[in-house]
Design a protein around this ligand. Structure first.
Ligand code: AMP
Length: 280
């Protein structure tokens, strides 16, 4: 497994593989890798001859008061996990490699990016779309994203469709801890008590999912029961709980599939997200 830091090195390697007729799967990440990331690598491994993982904490998708400086990083651990997953190449650029000082070209999106996480993180999806676009221009074929970031997956799929990008997007299910908490690099911020309190997210997801499965069609009812449950946890502060069309990310009143029921909840200072998709 190689670790490279420049666009040129990735391009050359990918070109070489392409010349040999090999397919390349790509998994973009911000590092501090866990089983959730590994599930994307496993899917990429299964579906392609070669696998590239990017590890880049993208400054452009963090707001001024967010956790860019403290975001956890551990390249040695990440490299070992990638190696064990059979990854062929890690792209680990410095911010200067990705953004020249006079960088001024962005990919922005309207509609899908204004609600849910976009409301509290107004510049987030512009940063995500721009960096993912740049990465897709370096590593083609198939790219793997987690359903954990449900809105992000919808946004990336739409960007690829709208801009005729020649890449297939593969969505992968949420990987959870044994007790239900969705795996996240940010879980490391949680104290012992907060870690316990954080379970309220997956409990609310389960409640909503069970109601939907039992035939409840009114999204207001589902969301208000989920909110009621989250409010029983004193350490939790809700950013949003909302039901939206999983493709357009527009609010929906009725559970007409596919519906994304998504939430962001602060546990102490840590903002966690979780969701489920109702497919009917
Ligand atoms: P991140 O490093 O947090 O930017 O995540 C990189 C990719 O891993 C994104 O496509 C995420 O949706 C995905 N991912 C993160 N956590 C999980 C999880 N628990 N289950 C599945 N995919 C995940």
């Amino acid at each position: 497994m190689k670790i490279v830091g420049t666009v040129k090195e990735v391009r050359e390697q990918v070109k070489e593989w392409k010349k040999q007729g090999l397919s390349v799967g790509f998994v973009p990440t911000m590092g501090y890798l866990h089983e959730g990331h590994k599930s994307l690598m496993d899917a990429a491994r299964k579906g392609n001859d070669k696998v590239v993982v990017s590890i880049f904490v993208n400054p452009m998708q963090f707001g001024p008061t967010e956790d860019l400086a403290t975001y956890p990083r551990d390249l040695d651990h990440d490299a070992a996990l990638c190696e064990s997953a059979g990854v062929d190449l890690i792209f680990h650029p410095e911010a200067e490699e990705m953004y020249e000082k006079d960088f001024c070209s962005f990919v922005d999106m309207t509609g899908l990016t204004e609600g849910l996480c976009g409301k509290t993180r107004p510049i987030h999806f512009r940063g995500v779309c721009t960096v993912v676009n740049k990465l897709f221009n370096i590593t083609p074929d198939h790219a793997y994203f987690g359903q954990k970031d449900g809105q992000q997956l919808a946004v990336i799929k739409r960007m690829v469709r709208d801009l005729n990008m020649d890449i297939e997007i593969v969505g992968c299910p949420i990987i959870r801890e044994e007790d239900g908490l969705a795996k996240s690099s940010r879980n490391t911020y949680l104290s012992k008590d907060e870690r316990k309190a954080a379970l309220i997210l997956s409990k609310a997801v389960k409640l909503g999912e069970d109601m939907a499965k039992a035939g409840e069609k009114d999204t207001d009812k589902i969301v208000s029961e989920m909110i009621k449950l989250i409010e029983t946890e004193p350490m939790a502060k809700i950013d949003y709980v909302q039901a939206v069309d999983a493709v357009s990310v527009k609010p929906v009143k009725e559970m007409t599939a596919p519906v994304l029921v998504a939430m962001a909840v602060y546990i102490g200072k840590t903002r966690l997200i979780d969701n489920f998709i109702y497919e009917g």
